[in-house]
Structure formats: structure tokens, C-alpha cells
Write a protein that binds this ligand. Sequence first.
Ligand SMILES: [Zn+2]
Length: 157
Amino acid sequence: MNEQKPFIVDENLLGLVKRLRMMGVDTIDLPGATDDELLAKANEQNRLILTKDRRFFQRIPQGRAYFVTSGTPDEQLFEVLRQYPLLEADDPLSRCFRCNSLIEEIPKESIVGRVDAKTFGLYDKFYECPTCRQIYWEGSHFEKMQSKIQKIKKSLG
Ligand SMILES: [Zn+2]
């Protein structure tokens, strides 16, 4: 079994980024970066490159990249998680979808005026990304994602 590493994905796998983050897996992308910039970042942060670009893959030193063959982002997620199984540390719904930082629970008072009144009235648990300040809450979308995560975990065994 392969050792799990944090990932960096190429621009052909952007749908996969959010799915990996949803599962709690440390994953970054570098929009607009060249192959060399991606490689440099991967080396600097010791990240494994996920790529769908065969020519790029062949340029990368062995063991530093994984070539993704699946077509849809959902299939790609399964493919990667079969190859690099989830670890205890991969806590689903703990990461910011936008920037990959670990989100933190914040007191409800601190988001006054930062979400719409309906959301504020309906929910009590809120989280904030310390990096990009995105706010998250445990709404219906959250529940849908949780059941999706359970299904994914189940089918991975
Ligand atoms: Zn963020």
C-alpha cells in the first residue's frame, strides 16, 4: 500500500480537488501554473502530483506523481482513494473547499451580518476558514455531503 502524501493536482483535475478536500485530504492546485512551477511547488512542499497529462507525468521523477486514468471527478476520487487510502488524520469536512486550510468553529455572534438572515436564524454551528475567511455551516448541503462521504467510505470498504 502506498504512503499517503499531501497532493497537488494539475489543471485537468480541478473537479477532483474539492472532492479530496471534502474527504479531508490535504490537496492544493495552482491555477495558471506551468508544469515547472507545479513541479517546484510539489518538491518544496513534498506533495505527490496527481496528473492526467501523460507527457507531464513522464517528465516527473518516479514515485513523485500518480497518473489518473478515470474520466469523471467522482471516478477520479475513487481511483485516488483506492491508491492512497484515507488515514485517520483525513477528517472529512474539516477543510476549506476554496483554499484547503483547516476550518475552525466560531461563535455564532461573530458572524452577525456575514451570512444572510435566514441562514443565521436556521443554524447554530458555524465555521470559518482562517485563511480566506469563507464561512461554513451545517445546513442541508452539509448533510448531503455527509451522506455522500459515508457512501464513498462504504464502497471503498
Ligand atoms: Zn479558505
